[in-house]
Design a binder for this molecule. Structure first.
Ligand code: HEC
Length: 235
């Protein structure tokens, strides 16, 4: 083999992979235009555009700062890449009280309005695409979803069922205060020592707003319906 063929072969092996895995997806997804909903097919007007502003956007930064994305993904994989839809309530709810089966795969439009699409580095803990939905309907059903998340953030192992949890505790997101007068309504239900209470700081509040906003199961427009078994508008 001549040096020339060797160099050409080498460039082609790396170049083609780079083009198909990096360059093509970048140009396809870097500037997505919102999809207009069609009244006939989707039964709704307007645009498919998840709301992510204010404290939710701040919370996304806290999520990034604390490296949650290192262990948690936010991608419910498409079937061709290894189906995730069978996992309990990862892609949505199997039987939502109002909307029935809301499970669906993640699409690029789910990350609209987010500065970074925090798809995650590896999947050490559960996928969080629909965490907000799970907390509200399952983990903290009937209770206060935010309180459930605060207690977990403070230390997941406080829950006897999770005594071996590998999700790191985040006590630095809480302020320990002496109780003066009556205890604060914001204090979390964790023992902070005699006459003391633990109050979530502004980072914790933003993070919890963000986590509760994680509901990537709203009806996807028919234009994005790639699931062959499901008909348009039933997605
Ligand atoms: C070192 C890896 C790791 C990091 C970093 C991490 N987690 Fe976890 N997380 C886990 C594991 C493992 C579980 C599963 C065990 C459990 O439920 O505690 C988990 C579970 C969870 C759950 C429960 C999800 C469910 O549906 O049961 C939430 C919520 C959560 N993590 C939030 C966070 C947040 C927020 C951060 C960042 C502040 C974070 N995690 C950082 C490993 C991690």
């Amino acid at each position: 083999m001549s040096l020339r063929t060797f160099i050409l072969g080498l460039s082609a092996s790396f170049g083609i992979a780079w083009l198909t895995v990096v360059v093509v997806p970048y140009f396809k997804m870097r500037n997505l235009a919102p999809i207009a909903l069609s009244e006939a097919k989707d039964g709704a007007k307007g645009f498919f555009y998840p709301k992510r502003t204010g404290r939710i956007a701040d919370g996304a930064l806290v999520y990034a700062e604390n490296g949650c994305y290192q262990c948690h993904t936010q991608v419910v994989r498409p079937t061709y890449a290894g189906n995730d839809l069978y996992r309990p309530n990862w892609g949505g709810l199997k039987s939502d009280a109002d909307r029935g089966d809301t499970r669906r795969e993640t699409n690029a439009y789910d990350f609209f309005g987010e500065k970074f699409a925090q798809i995650g580095v590896m999947r050490f803990g559960p996928d969080l695409s629909n965490l907000g939905r799970r907390v509200e309907t399952e983990y903290a059903a009937g209770g206060d979803p935010a309180a459930w998340l605060y207690e977990r953030l403070y230390n997941p192992r406080n829950n006897p069922k999770l005594w071996r949890s590998n999700c790191p505790p985040h006590p630095f997101l809480f302020e320990k205060r002496e109780i003066k007068g009556s205890p604060s309504a914001d204090a979390i239900k964790v023992d902070a020592g005699e006459n003391h209470e633990l109050i979530p700081n502004s980072d914790a509040r933003a993070l919890v707003s963000y986590l509760l906003s994680l509901k990537k199961d709203q009806k996807a427009p028919a234009a994005l319906n790639f699931a062959p078994a499901k008909k348009d508008a039933e997605n």
